[in-house]
Write a protein that binds this ligand. Sequence first.
Ligand code: ZN
Length: 147
Amino acid sequence: MSELSDLYQEVILDHNRRPRNFHAIADASHRAEGYNPLCGDRLTVYLKVDGDVITNVGFEGSGCAISKASASMMTDAVKGRSVAEAEALFDRFHRMVTMPPEAAVEDLGKLTSLAGVREFPVRIKCASLAWHTLKAALAHEQRTSTE
Ligand code: ZN
């Protein structure tokens, strides 16, 4: 089990060091700013939606390793998906990070590496910030906060 945690930690460190899709999108159709006052994480999520498919996604901002790694993984996870699929993934991710620590973890691929935040309530908001910001952008809300 500790080996598994090490592996997960590697995934988080890798995404923090080399965040994917870490850039603005000039022709974005949707964008929102997210803020997590508990930790000070701030990020902007950009989306290009064609029809009902998220064809491009990027983010900018600064924050702790968990918030940045989670944003990086979120962009990888929703790129090329339909809006409905992205929203379903939001629900599954949100369920995973807010379940009691002893509950079984659903396999969400790389996103599963963030399941450990369940044991650290303050970190849940760091991990879910990018997802809340994605949801706000899809709803055409300019900004959101984890408060
Ligand atoms: Zn944070």
